[in-house]
Design a protein around this ligand. Sequence first.
Ligand SMILES: Nc1ncnc2c1ncn2[C@@H]1O[C@H](COP(=O)(O)OP(=O)(O)OP(=O)(O)O)[C@@H](O)[C@H]1O
Ligand SMILES: [Mg+2]
Length: 585
Amino acid sequence: MSKPKRLLIKLIPYWPRVLGAAVSTLAVMGLALIIPQLFRLTIDQAIQGSQAFYLPWIALSLLIFTVIKGVFSFTQRYWMEHVAQKLIYTLRNELFEHLQQLSFSFYDHTQTGQLMSRVTADVEMLKRFFGFGLLHLFQAAITFAGVLTVILVMNWRLSLVTILTLPAVILAIWRFGAKVSPAYQAVQEELAEMTSALQQNLAGIRTVKAFSQEAAETSKFNRHSVRLLGRNLAAVRIWSYYFPLIAFLTGLSSAVILWYGGREVIGGRMMLGELVAFNSYLLMLIMPMRMLGWVVNLSQRAMASAGRVFELLDTRPEVRDLPAAGPLPANVSGRITFVDVSFSYRPGVESLRNISFSASPGQKIAIVGATGSGKTTLVNLIPRHYEPAGGKILLDGEDIRNFTLRSLRSQIGVVSQEIFLFSATIAENIGYGNPAAGRQETEAAAQAAQIHDFILSLPQGYETMVGERGVNLSGGQKQRLAIARALLKDPKILILDDYTSSVDTNTEFLLRRALETLVRGRTCFIIAHRLSSVMEADLILVLKNGAIVASGKHKQLLAESPLYAEIYRLQPIADKPACREGSEL
Ligand SMILES: Nc1ncnc2c1ncn2[C@@H]1O[C@H](COP(=O)(O)OP(=O)(O)OP(=O)(O)O)[C@@H](O)[C@H]1O
Ligand SMILES: [Mg+2]
């Protein structure tokens, strides 16, 4: 479906108001067409015929018509703007909801700033098109039709002479539209680039400062600014050139009326009032013609925006519910089996190869391996954040694709490697996955995550606000909040990705001990660089370049896997079992 058609279809649910606005526009137009006739009557009948008793009636009619026209002008604008606001409200929500559905892979290759500019700037552009552009487009069309009909009926010879100047005006407007639309497209694109640059800079401002790159960043931003300025000025130049040209061409027709029409009046072939009315009609065309250039440009920009908005809406989530998917049974036991699973982020590059293992309900599965070996990638497949390229993953013996995403993910608690906390209170952050949880449950989760005492030491306890990205918390504190958040969901499957990376050995030990009770009854996947966290696991998977090179228990692996033995050898002394009692202090 073409973009304009797809946009216009969006108006259908609002048809009563759209119809009301259209009828109002017609009424305004009709009344506007009557008013010059009143002047004609005044001049030709009242003044030239010396019939003064006409005057109060003409004046009164003029007054009444103007008032009615005012009322319709109001309804015309208000109803259309109302429709535009409603429509854009729905579209904005639709976009947001759609963004929530899109998978990890989409966000891997899309810039946040680009998305933000679509939901804000592009949607705003569409609002202007619906609330303003469309109305003026319609108004211009009926003004042309109305005025041309009336003047042709009034005096066709004078009409033909004046209409001769119109093709030049229309040509100028058309050329204007053709030139200005790519210019504005370029402006819009650069604006999105700049938003993206700004968003990235603000997200990474701490890195910028740490590396003293403020000046370089400023000049990078300045380059975007300069480009945006240049593109805006290029568009302005087109405007500035065409507007006087269009005004000149429309002025030309007035000159023709004065010259040719004047001769007609002198020759007695036309009445004076008729000439005045005629000129008023022609003046009525000037405004819409000028507006047309503007509206054509607005419509072009709106089409560009519509393209960007529709492109986003048309992006199908890579991972979605199968038509036959059903809810995961509440009494799921949590047995996870990988059957020959492979996965690639990019075609041709396998990030996981032939992964097969089985985790019994309640087991602790540890995944170890060098950085970049595919540990996070592997666990991301369990909640179906990505879709395997080959093989399958079973939960309680059934392919996880048979369950709805929502029900599957409701049984999986994740503490991811990169923790994000919302600008909300600590209690709200912990309760994020389970807003119905009461204070007691929240505190129990915090206690288990070894963060309760710390929270109580804060001025407002659980009601303390966490800054965006939790900047006022340390890495280890954030990690423990994330653990509390995952535990409060009370999931059957728990995934802890590098959960001890930023806590000290003492906290790690306490966390580990707390987890021993917490993981009971849950299948738990633990990724850790510190082997002390994984030595008691029921199954340890050793990953190398996306493949399992060894698996088994700690002692067995120590003897059988050179890679595992090497990882063990490189561990800090304090993490090894013999010294573990020391870290308890
Ligand atoms: N979103 C992504 N898009 C493309 N490639 C990715 C993506 N995420 C990870 N990779 C690549 O996949 C491989 C495995 O990455 P993964 O994050 O699973 O490693 P990891 O074992 O968790 O490492 P670490 O211990 O550092 O967390 C790496 O080569 C990485 O570059
Ligand atoms: Mg990782």
